[in-house]
Design a protein around this ligand. Structure first.
Ligand code: GLY
Length: 371
């Protein structure tokens, strides 16, 4: 079994991301050095619990760890005030102390919620991320962004609270439905597009095999994504600058998610992929990157069988000006100006507030007309 380690070297809050197949079965060995007493509380969701919870519980219990678990309903609606208060009250009922460990077993929803609950229970309990989706393994479990959604929008209430370890067991990806896997792949492509042209070249070659289940390719993609995220988070933990690069495609994505009601019509990673294509289209329109680059981005997404254009979103969409207005609700608005992540080339993204709204409107109008 090959387990790889990516270190997140944040002074005082450093931790390892462990990546490889079979990590769930090694969970005790992995967390034993972190335990101050043999006691953990697991937060998960009902779908993940059916697949993986009893294995994790058994591995820990058979090594003498006292384990309790709460399974919450699966889905984005759980990342709410209600889901938070249920988790926090439950952790308190379990008499979880500051020195105990919370384990977030699940995808992005559980990781964000359990991380936030851990951040506020007793003013901060240590937690371990055990991400079970590709999206969570390459993005949401790393970097310490935790939080919930409110009626005002997604992720608007939260805290930076770094995990003390991440266990990314890539064998868990085998149980993902293909649509969920490909949605997570949207975040993998994002890393190549924002900062590593060689990685994008490699994805063009290896992406189809990776989607079909090539284990080594999957491990490599998760590792490279985590390395890139760790490097960026170490430079800019609280998103004062460079961390915003991780939002490539997200300004478009958040408007599309809002327009589709955060429903199954568009998964987050699908919106990221479409958003990346639109970001490259806008960059080319502004003369910031070569004209042929957006087609290369789309060609790769198409090769992977992913949603690539607005035409791939079923049902009605609002018009371009409404979509632009939805972008205005985004957290990335600063001094009333929209901040976009644009690109000079594949692997060379930058943050700017200088994208004229009329150019965004024309890109969106064309994309909507092609539906
Ligand atoms: N998912 C973007 C970030 O962690 O900053």
């Amino acid at each position: 079994m090959t387990i790889q380690t990516v270190h997140v070297g944040l002074p005082g809050r450093e931790y390892d991301i462990r990546i490889g197949r079979g990590l769930l079965d090694r969970a005790f060995e992995e967390i034993a050095p972190l335990l101050r007493r043999p006691r953990v509380a697991i937060l998960t969701d009902e779908n993940v619990a059916r697949l993986h919870l009893s294995r994790l519980e058994q591995v820990l219990k058979s090594s003498g760890v006292d384990v309790s678990a709460l399974s919450l309903p699966a889905g984005e609606a759980t990342k709410s005030w209600q889901g938070l208060s249920r988790s926090v009250e439950w952790l308190l009922e379990q008499k979880i102390e500051r020195s105990d460990l919370v384990i977030a077993l699940g995808g992005g929803v559980i990781g964000d919620l359990a991380g936030f609950a851990s951040a506020i229970v007793r003013r901060g309990v240590r937690f371990v991320q055990v991400p079970t989706s590709l999206l969570a393994q390459v993005d949401s479990s790393v970097g310490g962004k935790t939080g919930i959604n409110t009626a005002h929008g997604k992720n608007l209430v939260g805290a930076f609270h770094q995990p003390i370890k991440v266990l990314a067991d890539t064998s868990l990806l085998d149980s993902l439905p293909s649509r969920d896997f490909l949605a997570g792949y949207g975040e993998v492509v994002k890393y190549g597009l924002l900062g590593d042209a060689d990685f994008f070249d490699w994805l063009e070659q290896s992406g189809p095999a990776l989607a079909e289940g090539d284990h080594d390719a999957r491990d490599h993609a998760v590792r490279r994504s985590c390395e890139m995220k760790a490097e960026i988070v170490m430079r800019d933990e609280t998103e004062q600058g460079d961390r915003a690069l991780l939002n490539l495609g997200h300004t478009f994505c958040h408007a599309l998610e809002a327009a589709t009601g955060y429903s199954d019509r568009l998964l987050h990673g699908e919106g990221v992929a479409i958003g990346c294509a639109l970001a490259f289209e806008t960059s080319a329109r502004l003369g910031w990157c070569a004209q042929e680059v957006p087609s290369r981005v789309r060609a790769h997404l198409r090769d992977m069988g992913m949603r690539t254009d607005l035409a791939d979103i079923e049902g009605n969409l609002p018009d371009a000006s409404e979509l632009l207005a939805l972008m205005g609700q985004d957290k990335k608005v600063q001094d009333g100006k929209l901040r976009f992540i644009m690109a000079r080339a594949i692997g060379d993204a930058f943050v700017t507030s200088d994208v004229p709204p009329e150019v965004v409107l024309s890109v969106l109008n064309e994309a909507l007309a092609a539906r």
